[in-house]
Design a protein. Structure first.
Length: 442
Protein backbone atom coordinates (compact mmCIF):
# COMPACT_ATOMS: atom_id res chain seq x y z
CA UNK A 1 0.00 0.00 0.00
CA UNK A 2 1.44 3.34 -1.07
CA UNK A 3 -0.03 6.41 0.70
CA UNK A 4 -0.17 8.33 -2.58
CA UNK A 5 -2.74 5.86 -3.92
CA UNK A 6 -4.54 5.00 -0.69
CA UNK A 7 -7.63 6.22 1.11
CA UNK A 8 -7.83 6.00 4.91
CA UNK A 9 -11.05 4.00 5.30
CA UNK A 10 -9.85 1.16 3.08
CA UNK A 11 -6.37 1.20 4.60
CA UNK A 12 -7.96 0.79 8.04
CA UNK A 13 -9.57 -2.50 6.96
CA UNK A 14 -6.08 -3.97 6.57
CA UNK A 15 -4.38 -2.37 9.55
CA UNK A 16 -2.79 -4.64 12.21
CA UNK A 17 -5.22 -3.21 14.75
CA UNK A 18 -8.18 -4.27 12.61
CA UNK A 19 -6.71 -7.71 11.94
CA UNK A 20 -6.03 -8.50 15.58
CA UNK A 21 -9.47 -7.24 16.62
CA UNK A 22 -11.07 -9.62 14.10
CA UNK A 23 -8.84 -12.47 15.32
CA UNK A 24 -10.02 -11.80 18.85
CA UNK A 25 -13.69 -11.72 17.85
CA UNK A 26 -13.36 -15.05 16.03
CA UNK A 27 -11.77 -16.66 19.08
CA UNK A 28 -14.23 -15.06 21.51
CA UNK A 29 -17.30 -16.06 19.49
CA UNK A 30 -15.94 -19.59 19.31
CA UNK A 31 -15.59 -19.57 23.09
CA UNK A 32 -19.24 -18.51 23.42
CA UNK A 33 -20.30 -21.50 21.35
CA UNK A 34 -18.00 -23.86 23.25
CA UNK A 35 -19.47 -22.58 26.50
CA UNK A 36 -23.03 -23.21 25.29
CA UNK A 37 -21.99 -26.75 24.36
CA UNK A 38 -20.50 -27.25 27.83
CA UNK A 39 -16.95 -27.68 26.56
CA UNK A 40 -15.59 -24.69 28.51
CA UNK A 41 -17.01 -22.77 31.50
CA UNK A 42 -19.41 -19.98 30.65
CA UNK A 43 -17.59 -17.77 33.14
CA UNK A 44 -14.39 -18.21 31.14
CA UNK A 45 -16.08 -17.13 27.91
CA UNK A 46 -17.46 -14.08 29.70
CA UNK A 47 -14.04 -13.18 31.11
CA UNK A 48 -12.45 -13.47 27.68
CA UNK A 49 -14.92 -10.93 26.30
CA UNK A 50 -14.63 -8.61 29.30
CA UNK A 51 -10.84 -8.46 29.32
CA UNK A 52 -10.11 -8.89 25.63
CA UNK A 53 -13.06 -6.97 24.24
CA UNK A 54 -11.89 -3.66 25.66
CA UNK A 55 -8.17 -4.31 25.29
CA UNK A 56 -5.82 -2.44 23.02
CA UNK A 57 -3.56 -5.07 21.55
CA UNK A 58 0.12 -4.19 21.72
CA UNK A 59 1.39 -4.72 18.20
CA UNK A 60 5.02 -4.28 19.20
CA UNK A 61 4.58 -6.96 21.88
CA UNK A 62 2.97 -9.36 19.39
CA UNK A 63 5.84 -8.77 16.97
CA UNK A 64 8.32 -9.39 19.74
CA UNK A 65 6.74 -12.76 20.58
CA UNK A 66 6.55 -13.69 16.89
CA UNK A 67 10.26 -13.07 16.47
CA UNK A 68 10.79 -15.88 18.98
CA UNK A 69 7.95 -18.25 18.08
CA UNK A 70 8.10 -17.66 14.31
CA UNK A 71 4.29 -18.05 14.32
CA UNK A 72 1.90 -15.13 14.09
CA UNK A 73 -1.21 -16.77 15.53
CA UNK A 74 0.67 -18.22 18.49
CA UNK A 75 2.22 -14.78 19.10
CA UNK A 76 -1.25 -13.25 19.22
CA UNK A 77 -2.64 -15.97 21.49
CA UNK A 78 0.32 -15.56 23.85
CA UNK A 79 -0.28 -11.82 24.06
CA UNK A 80 -4.01 -12.41 24.55
CA UNK A 81 -3.18 -14.71 27.45
CA UNK A 82 -1.17 -11.89 29.01
CA UNK A 83 -4.32 -9.76 28.88
CA UNK A 84 -6.98 -12.34 29.80
CA UNK A 85 -5.13 -14.38 32.39
CA UNK A 86 -5.75 -18.07 33.29
CA UNK A 87 -9.03 -18.33 31.37
CA UNK A 88 -7.06 -17.83 28.16
CA UNK A 89 -6.34 -21.57 28.23
CA UNK A 90 -9.84 -22.08 26.87
CA UNK A 91 -9.13 -19.94 23.80
CA UNK A 92 -8.48 -21.74 20.48
CA UNK A 93 -9.93 -25.03 21.76
CA UNK A 94 -9.91 -27.56 18.89
CA UNK A 95 -9.04 -24.87 16.36
CA UNK A 96 -6.14 -24.49 13.97
CA UNK A 97 -4.42 -21.34 12.73
CA UNK A 98 -6.17 -21.42 9.37
CA UNK A 99 -9.52 -21.19 11.11
CA UNK A 100 -8.50 -17.77 12.38
CA UNK A 101 -6.49 -16.61 9.38
CA UNK A 102 -8.94 -17.64 6.67
CA UNK A 103 -12.03 -16.44 8.47
CA UNK A 104 -10.36 -13.11 9.22
CA UNK A 105 -9.19 -12.71 5.63
CA UNK A 106 -12.72 -13.22 4.38
CA UNK A 107 -14.11 -10.75 6.92
CA UNK A 108 -11.60 -8.19 5.67
CA UNK A 109 -12.48 -8.89 2.04
CA UNK A 110 -16.17 -8.44 2.84
CA UNK A 111 -15.48 -5.12 4.59
CA UNK A 112 -13.33 -4.03 1.65
CA UNK A 113 -16.03 -5.04 -0.80
CA UNK A 114 -18.64 -2.96 0.98
CA UNK A 115 -16.40 0.07 0.50
CA UNK A 116 -15.87 -0.83 -3.16
CA UNK A 117 -19.62 -1.15 -3.69
CA UNK A 118 -20.09 2.33 -2.26
CA UNK A 119 -17.39 3.53 -4.67
CA UNK A 120 -19.24 1.89 -7.55
CA UNK A 121 -22.50 3.58 -6.57
CA UNK A 122 -20.82 6.99 -6.57
CA UNK A 123 -19.23 6.31 -9.96
CA UNK A 124 -22.50 5.11 -11.48
CA UNK A 125 -24.26 8.24 -10.24
CA UNK A 126 -21.62 10.48 -11.84
CA UNK A 127 -21.73 8.61 -15.14
CA UNK A 128 -25.52 8.70 -15.26
CA UNK A 129 -25.58 12.44 -14.66
CA UNK A 130 -23.14 13.09 -17.51
CA UNK A 131 -24.96 10.64 -19.78
CA UNK A 132 -28.26 12.47 -19.36
CA UNK A 133 -26.53 15.83 -19.74
CA UNK A 134 -25.02 14.81 -23.10
CA UNK A 135 -27.68 12.41 -24.35
CA UNK A 136 -28.11 14.43 -27.54
CA UNK A 137 -24.57 15.82 -27.88
CA UNK A 138 -23.63 14.48 -31.31
CA UNK A 139 -20.06 13.34 -31.93
CA UNK A 140 -18.32 11.00 -34.32
CA UNK A 141 -18.09 7.33 -33.55
CA UNK A 142 -14.79 5.72 -34.43
CA UNK A 143 -13.83 2.22 -35.42
CA UNK A 144 -10.11 1.37 -35.62
CA UNK A 145 -9.57 4.98 -34.52
CA UNK A 146 -11.06 6.19 -37.81
CA UNK A 147 -14.24 8.22 -38.28
CA UNK A 148 -17.20 5.87 -38.71
CA UNK A 149 -20.74 7.19 -38.12
CA UNK A 150 -22.29 9.68 -35.68
CA UNK A 151 -23.11 8.73 -32.10
CA UNK A 152 -23.70 10.93 -29.05
CA UNK A 153 -21.42 11.56 -26.12
CA UNK A 154 -24.33 10.52 -23.92
CA UNK A 155 -24.22 7.10 -25.56
CA UNK A 156 -20.54 6.81 -24.68
CA UNK A 157 -21.47 7.52 -21.07
CA UNK A 158 -24.42 5.13 -21.20
CA UNK A 159 -22.09 2.40 -22.39
CA UNK A 160 -19.81 3.08 -19.44
CA UNK A 161 -22.79 3.04 -17.07
CA UNK A 162 -23.98 -0.34 -18.34
CA UNK A 163 -20.46 -1.74 -18.07
CA UNK A 164 -19.95 -0.62 -14.49
CA UNK A 165 -23.45 -1.74 -13.58
CA UNK A 166 -22.44 -5.24 -14.71
CA UNK A 167 -19.24 -4.86 -12.71
CA UNK A 168 -21.27 -3.99 -9.63
CA UNK A 169 -23.38 -7.11 -10.05
CA UNK A 170 -20.22 -9.21 -10.35
CA UNK A 171 -18.84 -7.59 -7.21
CA UNK A 172 -22.01 -8.36 -5.25
CA UNK A 173 -21.72 -11.99 -6.35
CA UNK A 174 -18.03 -12.07 -5.46
CA UNK A 175 -18.84 -10.72 -2.00
CA UNK A 176 -21.38 -13.46 -1.46
CA UNK A 177 -18.96 -16.14 -2.60
CA UNK A 178 -16.09 -14.94 -0.44
CA UNK A 179 -18.16 -14.46 2.73
CA UNK A 180 -17.52 -17.89 4.26
CA UNK A 181 -16.14 -19.07 7.59
CA UNK A 182 -14.10 -22.13 8.54
CA UNK A 183 -13.80 -23.28 12.14
CA UNK A 184 -13.21 -26.97 11.44
CA UNK A 185 -9.84 -27.70 13.06
CA UNK A 186 -6.86 -29.58 11.69
CA UNK A 187 -7.47 -30.98 8.16
CA UNK A 188 -11.08 -29.78 8.38
CA UNK A 189 -12.65 -32.86 10.00
CA UNK A 190 -14.18 -31.22 13.12
CA UNK A 191 -12.51 -34.00 15.13
CA UNK A 192 -11.74 -31.66 18.01
CA UNK A 193 -14.43 -29.04 17.62
CA UNK A 194 -18.18 -29.28 17.06
CA UNK A 195 -19.53 -28.01 13.70
CA UNK A 196 -22.01 -25.94 15.67
CA UNK A 197 -19.12 -23.74 16.76
CA UNK A 198 -18.42 -22.90 13.13
CA UNK A 199 -22.09 -22.11 12.53
CA UNK A 200 -22.15 -19.79 15.55
CA UNK A 201 -18.98 -17.93 14.56
CA UNK A 202 -20.16 -17.61 10.96
CA UNK A 203 -23.43 -16.03 12.02
CA UNK A 204 -21.73 -13.73 14.50
CA UNK A 205 -19.23 -12.52 11.89
CA UNK A 206 -21.80 -12.06 9.12
CA UNK A 207 -20.55 -15.05 7.13
CA UNK A 208 -21.81 -18.48 6.11
CA UNK A 209 -20.22 -21.76 7.13
CA UNK A 210 -17.94 -23.27 4.50
CA UNK A 211 -19.48 -26.61 3.41
CA UNK A 212 -16.10 -28.38 3.33
CA UNK A 213 -12.87 -26.63 4.12
CA UNK A 214 -10.05 -29.21 4.37
CA UNK A 215 -7.77 -27.16 6.62
CA UNK A 216 -8.27 -24.04 4.54
CA UNK A 217 -11.16 -22.35 2.81
CA UNK A 218 -11.00 -23.40 -0.86
CA UNK A 219 -9.07 -20.84 -2.87
CA UNK A 220 -11.24 -21.03 -5.97
CA UNK A 221 -13.43 -18.56 -4.09
CA UNK A 222 -10.57 -16.11 -3.79
CA UNK A 223 -9.51 -16.67 -7.38
CA UNK A 224 -12.96 -15.61 -8.55
CA UNK A 225 -12.94 -12.64 -6.18
CA UNK A 226 -9.66 -11.23 -7.45
CA UNK A 227 -10.62 -12.01 -11.04
CA UNK A 228 -13.69 -9.84 -10.49
CA UNK A 229 -11.51 -7.00 -9.23
CA UNK A 230 -9.38 -7.47 -12.34
CA UNK A 231 -12.40 -7.11 -14.62
CA UNK A 232 -13.43 -3.92 -12.82
CA UNK A 233 -9.91 -2.59 -13.28
CA UNK A 234 -10.11 -3.35 -17.00
CA UNK A 235 -13.35 -1.40 -17.25
CA UNK A 236 -11.69 1.53 -15.50
CA UNK A 237 -8.86 1.38 -18.01
CA UNK A 238 -11.25 1.25 -20.95
CA UNK A 239 -12.98 4.47 -19.91
CA UNK A 240 -9.66 6.11 -19.00
CA UNK A 241 -8.23 5.21 -22.41
CA UNK A 242 -11.27 6.67 -24.17
CA UNK A 243 -10.82 9.96 -22.32
CA UNK A 244 -7.10 9.99 -23.06
CA UNK A 245 -7.82 9.62 -26.78
CA UNK A 246 -10.50 12.30 -26.72
CA UNK A 247 -8.05 14.71 -25.06
CA UNK A 248 -5.38 14.36 -27.75
CA UNK A 249 -4.63 17.74 -29.35
CA UNK A 250 -5.83 16.57 -32.75
CA UNK A 251 -9.17 15.48 -31.23
CA UNK A 252 -9.81 17.53 -28.05
CA UNK A 253 -13.48 16.62 -27.74
CA UNK A 254 -13.21 16.12 -23.99
CA UNK A 255 -10.59 16.97 -21.41
CA UNK A 256 -9.75 16.36 -17.78
CA UNK A 257 -10.52 19.35 -15.59
CA UNK A 258 -7.47 21.62 -15.35
CA UNK A 259 -7.56 23.61 -12.14
CA UNK A 260 -6.27 27.13 -11.52
CA UNK A 261 -2.57 26.99 -10.75
CA UNK A 262 -2.16 23.46 -12.13
CA UNK A 263 0.98 22.81 -14.18
CA UNK A 264 1.13 20.33 -17.06
CA UNK A 265 4.86 20.15 -17.70
CA UNK A 266 8.04 21.24 -15.98
CA UNK A 267 9.49 22.19 -19.37
CA UNK A 268 6.53 23.29 -21.55
CA UNK A 269 4.12 25.76 -19.93
CA UNK A 270 1.45 25.19 -22.57
CA UNK A 271 0.81 21.53 -21.67
CA UNK A 272 -2.49 20.20 -20.28
CA UNK A 273 -1.92 16.48 -19.97
CA UNK A 274 -4.43 13.67 -19.17
CA UNK A 275 -2.45 12.72 -16.06
CA UNK A 276 -5.36 11.33 -14.06
CA UNK A 277 -6.54 8.91 -16.72
CA UNK A 278 -2.96 7.90 -17.46
CA UNK A 279 -2.61 7.20 -13.76
CA UNK A 280 -5.79 5.13 -13.84
CA UNK A 281 -4.39 3.07 -16.70
CA UNK A 282 -1.35 2.22 -14.58
CA UNK A 283 -3.36 1.48 -11.43
CA UNK A 284 -5.58 -0.87 -13.43
CA UNK A 285 -2.54 -2.88 -14.40
CA UNK A 286 -1.59 -3.24 -10.74
CA UNK A 287 -5.01 -4.60 -9.80
CA UNK A 288 -4.95 -7.12 -12.66
CA UNK A 289 -1.46 -8.15 -11.59
CA UNK A 290 -3.06 -9.99 -8.64
CA UNK A 291 -5.31 -12.18 -10.78
CA UNK A 292 -2.76 -14.77 -11.90
CA UNK A 293 -1.27 -15.33 -8.41
CA UNK A 294 -4.81 -15.72 -7.04
CA UNK A 295 -5.51 -18.35 -9.68
CA UNK A 296 -2.29 -20.16 -8.85
CA UNK A 297 -3.24 -20.19 -5.15
CA UNK A 298 -6.05 -22.64 -5.89
CA UNK A 299 -3.68 -25.61 -6.24
CA UNK A 300 -2.51 -26.24 -2.67
CA UNK A 301 -0.94 -29.48 -1.47
CA UNK A 302 -3.38 -32.01 0.00
CA UNK A 303 -5.39 -30.54 2.90
CA UNK A 304 -3.17 -27.51 3.37
CA UNK A 305 0.03 -25.69 2.63
CA UNK A 306 0.92 -22.01 3.01
CA UNK A 307 2.15 -21.20 -0.49
CA UNK A 308 -0.91 -18.95 -0.81
CA UNK A 309 -0.25 -17.07 2.41
CA UNK A 310 2.48 -14.66 1.32
CA UNK A 311 0.56 -13.91 -1.86
CA UNK A 312 -2.65 -13.03 -0.06
CA UNK A 313 -0.94 -10.91 2.58
CA UNK A 314 0.06 -8.66 -0.31
CA UNK A 315 -2.72 -8.87 -2.89
CA UNK A 316 -5.54 -8.58 -0.34
CA UNK A 317 -4.69 -5.07 0.81
CA UNK A 318 -2.90 -3.93 -2.33
CA UNK A 319 -5.70 -4.69 -4.81
CA UNK A 320 -8.59 -3.45 -2.70
CA UNK A 321 -6.78 -0.28 -1.63
CA UNK A 322 -5.69 0.43 -5.21
CA UNK A 323 -9.12 -0.27 -6.71
CA UNK A 324 -10.80 1.87 -4.06
CA UNK A 325 -8.54 4.76 -4.97
CA UNK A 326 -8.98 4.19 -8.71
CA UNK A 327 -12.78 4.11 -8.54
CA UNK A 328 -12.81 7.35 -6.54
CA UNK A 329 -10.38 8.99 -8.96
CA UNK A 330 -12.43 7.95 -12.00
CA UNK A 331 -15.56 9.33 -10.34
CA UNK A 332 -13.81 12.67 -9.95
CA UNK A 333 -12.64 12.63 -13.56
CA UNK A 334 -16.15 11.91 -14.89
CA UNK A 335 -17.75 14.43 -12.56
CA UNK A 336 -15.52 17.30 -13.71
CA UNK A 337 -14.85 16.18 -17.29
CA UNK A 338 -14.77 19.10 -19.73
CA UNK A 339 -16.85 18.29 -22.82
CA UNK A 340 -16.63 20.35 -26.02
CA UNK A 341 -19.70 19.84 -28.27
CA UNK A 342 -18.59 22.42 -30.84
CA UNK A 343 -15.28 20.62 -31.26
CA UNK A 344 -17.16 17.35 -31.73
CA UNK A 345 -19.22 18.83 -34.57
CA UNK A 346 -16.13 20.43 -36.08
CA UNK A 347 -14.23 17.14 -36.08
CA UNK A 348 -17.17 15.35 -37.65
CA UNK A 349 -17.39 17.92 -40.43
CA UNK A 350 -13.70 17.70 -41.28
CA UNK A 351 -14.31 14.73 -43.57
CA UNK A 352 -16.82 16.56 -45.73
CA UNK A 353 -19.86 14.39 -45.04
CA UNK A 354 -18.24 10.96 -45.39
CA UNK A 355 -20.04 9.82 -42.25
CA UNK A 356 -23.15 9.35 -44.40
CA UNK A 357 -21.54 6.92 -46.86
CA UNK A 358 -23.45 3.86 -45.62
CA UNK A 359 -26.79 5.59 -46.12
CA UNK A 360 -25.91 6.32 -49.74
CA UNK A 361 -24.72 2.73 -50.20
CA UNK A 362 -28.02 1.37 -48.89
CA UNK A 363 -30.06 3.86 -50.91
CA UNK A 364 -28.34 2.76 -54.12
CA UNK A 365 -29.02 -0.92 -53.43
CA UNK A 366 -32.65 -0.16 -52.61
CA UNK A 367 -32.90 1.75 -55.89
CA UNK A 368 -31.76 -1.26 -57.92
CA UNK A 369 -27.96 -1.18 -57.94
CA UNK A 370 -26.02 -4.32 -57.02
CA UNK A 371 -24.20 -4.01 -53.74
CA UNK A 372 -20.85 -4.38 -55.48
CA UNK A 373 -21.59 -1.53 -57.91
CA UNK A 374 -23.07 0.63 -55.16
CA UNK A 375 -20.01 0.15 -52.99
CA UNK A 376 -17.75 1.06 -55.92
CA UNK A 377 -19.68 4.23 -56.71
CA UNK A 378 -19.75 5.44 -53.12
CA UNK A 379 -16.11 4.60 -52.49
CA UNK A 380 -15.06 6.33 -55.72
CA UNK A 381 -16.48 9.61 -54.47
CA UNK A 382 -15.44 9.08 -50.88
CA UNK A 383 -11.79 8.64 -51.82
CA UNK A 384 -11.76 12.08 -53.43
CA UNK A 385 -12.69 13.53 -50.05
CA UNK A 386 -10.12 11.38 -48.27
CA UNK A 387 -7.36 12.45 -50.61
CA UNK A 388 -8.22 16.10 -50.06
CA UNK A 389 -8.24 15.60 -46.29
CA UNK A 390 -4.83 13.92 -46.36
CA UNK A 391 -3.39 16.93 -48.16
CA UNK A 392 -4.85 19.81 -46.17
CA UNK A 393 -6.07 18.35 -42.88
CA UNK A 394 -9.57 19.58 -43.67
CA UNK A 395 -11.34 18.29 -46.74
CA UNK A 396 -11.82 20.89 -49.42
CA UNK A 397 -13.91 18.38 -51.37
CA UNK A 398 -17.52 17.90 -50.34
CA UNK A 399 -18.96 14.38 -50.43
CA UNK A 400 -22.50 15.57 -51.12
CA UNK A 401 -21.35 17.69 -54.03
CA UNK A 402 -19.36 14.84 -55.54
CA UNK A 403 -22.35 12.50 -55.35
CA UNK A 404 -24.66 15.07 -56.92
CA UNK A 405 -22.21 15.48 -59.80
CA UNK A 406 -21.71 11.73 -60.36
CA UNK A 407 -23.85 10.70 -63.32
CA UNK A 408 -23.68 7.01 -62.38
CA UNK A 409 -25.07 7.76 -58.92
CA UNK A 410 -27.76 10.05 -60.35
CA UNK A 411 -29.05 7.18 -62.50
CA UNK A 412 -30.41 5.72 -59.28
CA UNK A 413 -30.95 8.66 -56.92
CA UNK A 414 -32.46 12.12 -57.32
CA UNK A 415 -30.96 15.19 -55.70
CA UNK A 416 -33.62 15.11 -52.99
CA UNK A 417 -33.00 11.44 -52.31
CA UNK A 418 -29.28 12.09 -51.94
CA UNK A 419 -29.70 15.14 -49.71
CA UNK A 420 -32.15 13.27 -47.49
CA UNK A 421 -29.37 10.79 -46.64
CA UNK A 422 -27.29 13.56 -45.04
CA UNK A 423 -29.54 14.02 -42.01
CA UNK A 424 -27.64 13.66 -38.70
CA UNK A 425 -30.86 12.99 -36.81
CA UNK A 426 -31.19 9.69 -38.65
CA UNK A 427 -28.21 8.33 -36.71
CA UNK A 428 -29.51 9.34 -33.29
CA UNK A 429 -33.18 8.45 -33.62
CA UNK A 430 -32.91 5.46 -31.26
CA UNK A 431 -30.90 7.13 -28.50
CA UNK A 432 -33.98 7.29 -26.27
CA UNK A 433 -34.56 3.56 -26.77
CA UNK A 434 -30.99 2.76 -25.73
CA UNK A 435 -31.22 5.04 -22.69
CA UNK A 436 -34.46 3.37 -21.62
CA UNK A 437 -32.70 0.00 -21.74
CA UNK A 438 -29.63 1.14 -19.83
CA UNK A 439 -31.30 3.20 -17.12
CA UNK A 440 -34.54 1.20 -16.77
CA UNK A 441 -33.98 0.33 -13.10
CA UNK A 442 -32.22 3.47 -11.95
Amino acid sequence: MIPRYSRPEMVAVWSPESKFRIWFEIEAHACDALAELGVIPKEAAQTIWEKGGNATFDIDRIDEIERETKHDVIAFLTHLAEIVGPDARFVHQGMTSSDVLDTCFNVQLVKATDLLLADMDALLAAIKRRAIEHKDTVCIGRSHGIHAEPVTFGLKMAEAYAEFDRCRTRLVNAREEIATCAISGAVGTFANIDPRVEEHVAKAMGLTAEPVSTQVIPRDRHAMYFATLGVIASSIERVATEIRHLQRTEVLEAEEYFSKGQKGSSAMPHKRNPVLTENLTGLSRLVRMAVTPAMENVALWHERDISHSSVERMIGPDTTVTLDFALARLTGVIDKLMVYPERMVGNMDRLGGLVHSQRILLALTQAGSSREDAYRLVQRNAMKVWNSYQTSGDSEVDFLTELLNDEDVRKYLSETEIRDRFDLGYHTKHVDTIFARVFKDS
